[in-house]
Design a protein around this ligand. Structure first.
Ligand SMILES: Nc1ncnc2c1ncn2[C@@H]1O[C@H](COP(=O)(O)OP(=O)(O)OP(=O)(O)O)[C@@H](O)[C@H]1O
Ligand SMILES: [Mg+2]
Length: 233
């Protein structure tokens, strides 16, 4: 469904990605892990067209999307939830969600406002509150809710549990797990390894802009020497 081939990217003249290749199958969840600054966010940004590639290709269902505009990629069914969540401070929860809603690019399972409120009851309670009145956890729920309402085929999440209270982390994990089998493909980056191993089927480990290991979630999770070498855990 998603295939990134040999992605190279640089900030100015400083290379950051040195040939990242990864793939996510339909209805499968891919996790990306690695230390701070290894290029996880840059990889996601290159996939969604926010970071120009110096080489490589990104394919969505076999079609190249490299070099396309971010909004065009979004229209093809790719939803991106950035690290900072991108919540509009002056819009209410209801306004943000309503503005995000879009017709699906695939058949099956359709996301509606009611369904988002069902999954995140807290957002229903806070529907009249503005973005800047929400807690970090509520903002993350809103960011995910908004992304789901675009009815994407591919949902890309950068650090969805960063800085959140343990209870909220569990809740977000549960929601993401519940999306399994709904026809959605997920790519998730998270510093919280438990979250990634819990949600992802397949995990890619990045170090200094290169993929150093990949495999089924359980295999990577069980490889203590690998985790120790590249993540220091
Ligand atoms: N706007 C920028 N300008 C210059 N260098 C940048 C910029 N953004 C990131 N970098 C550098 O690129 C490298 C990769 O950054 P990136 O944000 O992709 O890493 P990351 O794996 O997402 O890290 P983190 O875990 O901290 O989120 C880092 O060395 C970082 O310092
Ligand atoms: Mg990052």
């Amino acid at each position: 469904m998603l295939e990134a081939r040999e992605l190279h990217a640089a900030y100015g003249r400083i290379p950051v990605l040195y040939g990242i290749s990864l793939a996510a199958a339909p209805d499968r969840f891919l996790g990306i892990i690695g230390r701070n600054g290894v290029g996880k966010t840059t990889t996601l940004r290159s996939i969604v067209g926010l970071m120009p590639l110096t080489a490589g290709d990104v394919r969505l269902d076999g079609q190249s999307i490299a070099g396309r505009q971010t909004h065009e990629i979004a229209r093809m069914g790719v939803a991106y939830v950035p690290e900072n969540r991108g919540v509009f401070p002056s819009l209410t929860v209801l306004e943000s969600l309503t503005l995000a809603a879009r017709a699906p690019t695939r058949s099956g399972d359709i996301w509606t406002l009611e369904r988002v409120f069902d999954v995140f009851p807290r957002l229903a309670e806070r529907r009249a509150n503005r973005g800047d009145q929400l807690s970090g956890g509520e903002q993350q729920m809103l960011a995910i809710g908004r992304a789901l309402l675009t009815n994407p085929r591919l949902l890309i999440l950068d650090e969805p549990t960063e800085g959140l209270a343990p209870l909220i982390v569990l809740q977000i994990r549960k929601v993401l797990r519940s999306l399994r089998g709904s026809g959605l493909t997920i790519v998730i980056v998270d510093q919280n390894l438990e979250t990634v191993f819990d949600i992802a089927d397949h995990v890619v480990l990045i170090s200094r802009g290169s993929v150093v290991a990949q495999g089924p979630s359980a295999t990577i999770a069980g490889d203590q020497s690998l985790l120790n070498q590249y993540l220091g855990v």
